[in-house]
Design a protein around this ligand. Structure first.
Ligand SMILES: Nc1ncnc2c1ncn2[C@@H]1O[C@H](COP(=O)(O)OP(=O)(O)OP(=O)(O)O)[C@@H](O)[C@H]1O
Length: 257
């Protein structure tokens, strides 16, 4: 059995005057430890898919199972990393990082030590007593990642977590997040508009199309690219080949709109 399964999911948004078919006939599976990207044009249902996977909304039809259970956004088995870091400005980095543990009643001497060690591992030693405003955007996103990992979630949902960062910081953080998630053997689903980011971080890419939102095509990232860090992936020939292939599919989708 797969770690995560999506069976015949449909989702529509209803307003008094209209109904939007946001997702139609979605079926896919994810294995434990896999890194999957959801890629596609604006409005193809990526965010809706992520909200359904994380239990934030219920699909109009169909079902999702994660580790045998219906996902719930209220459990600590699901972690998020979003475009904004959502650190509390009045709390120190240490307090922010430990907050999830506290709220989930998981804060012990051991879990505290693990979280603070992770902060060091991720290059944030010495900022524990500082406030978010004293840190750069990239450092704040790293702190947000530690806060997410501290609760030891079974799966992480990453909703364009690098899109608000400058290009250099984004590339560095892609490497760091990739290496951290691989070393902790985490399953992850990334929503992105960036083909390069999807190829360099993922094991598989699910390309969605719009109107109605649907899973259009799946791309398996070649083994040789999966074994190396994202920055190095970008200089490989297999990367350029896959980039062109996905680009052409996106262009043909736009021409059919
Ligand atoms: N709360 C809502 N009410 C009504 N329609 C919605 C709602 N949220 C999304 N939609 C519609 O559902 C469709 C899918 O939207 P969704 O945000 O999931 O796509 P997306 O691929 O994440 O887009 P983007 O890349 O622009 O963020 C779009 O047509 C959108 O307008």
């Amino acid at each position: 059995m797969s770690f995560l399964s999506v069976d015949n999911v449909h989702h529509s948004y209803f307003t008094p005057k209209s109904a939007t078919n946001a997702l139609k006939d979605i079926n896919f599976e994810i294995q434990e430890g896999e890194f999957i990207s959801l890629l596609g044009p604006s409005g193809c249902g990526k965010t809706t898919m992520l909200s359904i996977l994380s239990g934030l909304i219920q699909p109009t039809e169909g079902s999702v199972l994660i580790d045998g259970a219906v996902p719930s956004s209220l459990t600590s088995s699901i972690g998020y990393m979003l475009q904004q870091d959502y650190l509390f400005p009045w709390k120190t980095i240490e307090e922010n990082v430990l907050l999830g543990l506290k709220l989930n009643k998981q804060l012990t001497a051991k879990s505290r030590k693990t979280a603070l060690n992770l902060l060091k591992e991720i290059g944030l030693a010495g900022v524990e007593k500082q406030y978010p405003r004293q840190l750069s955007g990239g450092m704040r996103q790293r702190a947000a990642l530690v806060r997410t990992l501290a609760i030891n979630p079974k799966i992480l949902f990453l909703d364009e977590p690098f899109s608000a960062l400058d290009y250099q910081t984004k590339l560095k953080l892609e490497d760091l997040v990739f290496e951290t998630l691989k070393s902790y053997k985490k399953t992850a689903v990334l929503v992105t508009h960036d083909i390069g980011e999807a190829i360099s971080m993922s094991d598989r890419i699910l390309l969605f199309a719009a109107k109605p939102g649907r899973l259009y095509k799946t791309f398996l990232v070649p083994e040789e690219l999966r074994a190396i860090r994202p920055f190095d992936v970008r200089s490989k020939e297999a990367y350029s080949v896959l980039f062109q292939e996905i680009w052409k599919e996106l262009e043909s989708l736009e021409n059919h709109e």
